[in-house]
Design a protein around this ligand. Structure first.
Ligand SMILES: Nc1ncnc2c1ncn2[C@@H]1O[C@H](COP(=O)(O)OP(=O)(O)O)[C@@H](O)[C@H]1O
Ligand SMILES: [Mg+2]
Length: 178
C-alpha cells in the first residue's frame, strides 16, 4: 500500500477534495467483481435477474481505490436492473473481465434490457440526465469521473441483439505482466 502526501490534490470551497489517488491500493479486479456480485445477489434474486460472471484468469492486479471501483460496478448493475424491469423473458446481466493488451484491462457489464435510445447516448454521461421518474442522473457522470481519475475510460454501446453494454478500461501498472 502506498500513501501519498495529503498536501497534494485540488481544494474545493476551502475543504480538501479527496481524490481517488490519495490512497493507492493494489487490487485484483476479479475479487472486486466477485465482492460486488455478492452485494447485489439477493436483489438480483428478488427481481428474477440472472447474474453471471466471466472473469479472465490471471488478470494482472491494477492500482486504484477498490471501494470507488466497486461503486462504479454497483451503479452499472443498478442501472441494468432498472432497465430490465420491463423485460419479460430473459433478464440476464453478464459481468466480464478481459485483458485488452499489455497496458489495459477491460471490465464490461452487459444486460438484456431494452438498450438505450440512440438519441439519448450523447447525453447519458451528462449530470442530471435521467429517464426515471425518481432518478438523479448522477450515477453515470460520477462513474465516468472515477474511471477517468484511474486513467481509464467508460463507454457504452447497444448490443446487436438486445440490451446495452457498459465497459470501462483500467491501466495495468508497468511490469504488471499476467
Ligand atoms: N443499462 C441501461 N440500459 C438502458 N438505459 C440505461 C442503462 N444505464 C443507464 N441508462 C440510462 O442512463 C440514464 C442515466 O443513468 P444514471 O446516471 O445512472 O442516472 P439514474 O440511474 O439516476 O437515472 C438512466 O436514467 C437511463 O435512461
Ligand atoms: Mg443510475
Amino acid at each position: 500500500m502506498r500513501h501519498r502526501g495529503s498536501s497534494s490534490g485540488p481544494w474545493l470551497s476551502g475543504q480538501r477534495y479527496v481524490t481517488t489517488m490519495d490512497v493507492i491500493l493494489l487490487f485484483f479486479t476479479g475479487h472486486v467483481c466477485d465482492e460486488t456480485v455478492g452485494l447485489v445477489a439477493a436483489d438480483a434474486n428478488i427481481k428474477h435477474n440472472i447474474l453471471r460472471t466471466s472473469l479472465e484468469k490471471a488478470l494482472p492486479p491494477v492500482y486504484g481505490d477498490r471501494i470507488q471501483l466497486q461503486q462504479v460496478l454497483l451503479n452499472l448493475l443498478s442501472n441494468s436492473f432498472d432497465a430490465m424491469e420491463t423485460t419479460r423473458d430473459f433478464r440476464e446481466v453478464l459481468i466480464s473481465t478481459v485483458r485488452l493488451d499489455a497496458a489495459m484491462i477491460k471490465v464490461s457489464v452487459r444486460d438484456s434490457g431494452p438498450g438505450i435510445p440512440v438519441q439519448d447516448i450523447p447525453r447519458l454521461f451528462t449530470r442530471f440526465f435521467t429517464s426515471k421518474p425518481d432518478g438523479l442522473g448522477m450515477g453515470l457522470p460520477i462513474s465516468r469521473s472515477i474511471i477517468e481519475t484511474h486513467g481509464g475510460a467508460l463507454m457504452v454501446e447497444n448490443n446487436p441483439d438486445n440490451g446495452a453494454t457498459f465497459s470501462f478500461t483500467l491501466p495495468v501498472p508497468p511490469g504488471g505482466a499476467a
